[in-house]
Design a protein around this ligand. Sequence first.
Ligand code: ATP
Length: 251
Amino acid sequence: MSAGGQALSGLAGAADVAGGAGAGLSVDGVRAAYGRIEVLHGVDLHVPGGSVFALLGPNGAGKSTLLKVINGRLRPTRGAVTVDGVQASPWTPEALARAGVIAIPEGRGVFPNLTVRDNLRMWTYRGGISSAEVEARAYEQFPRLKERRKQLAGTLSGGEQQMLAISRALAGETKLLLLDEISMGLAPIVVGHLYELVAAIAAGGVTVVIVEQFAATALGVADRAGIMLHGRIAHEGSPQEMAAAAETAYL
Ligand code: ATP
């Protein structure tokens, strides 16, 4: 983790915030629906600042929907989301940016028709750091991206696109990073590298929520974990406890 930790020294500001009272993520009594069909039936989740929470669960349990509520893409019908002590729902884009919430969606969050370099430069508005610095941080973590900096992001391999997407969290004052199934379709060695970076980002003070269906690697970097079933967090505990619980709950 040392390389990641050094490269992430720029996230120290986030660490300061994360250490304060009310730091981290709180989800309280959240209910959410698509039309008339409620899919989250009262979710409570508390993730301390600078820690990693792995959210597991079978298809359709509501994991992605919960991330959508947390990052403002779906308005809850009840309940509240709080990031670093600030009530977050419903979000405005400005409030989201101020709060430093970054979501890497299932299927990746890159602009396919822009080059790697231009993707990285897109994100410099966040924390006010220069585009050169954003590029340098990303290339230090992922030399592969440097080799491919002039290539269109849409033509990168799946793993390379995911590296690029996660580099977004290096670009500014990130406080909360939401990752949805980032390992899908990737080779285990690539997944291992991505999660090493995730652990380093969290060590820099960023709160991280990881959603994964098959989660051995995610559990390896998580401080705590939960299992979502039918729109509720049905089990919560240590990664080891949740690995065992997942076996009986749905695997
Ligand atoms: P997976 O692991 O398969 O991605 P998940 O736990 O992330 O599953 P969600 O994607 O949150 O589950 O879906 C929860 C429920 O909400 C499912 O029954 C799904 O069909 C439904 N759902 C999700 N998105 C929509 C939508 N845009 N419109 C209507 N229903 C939806």
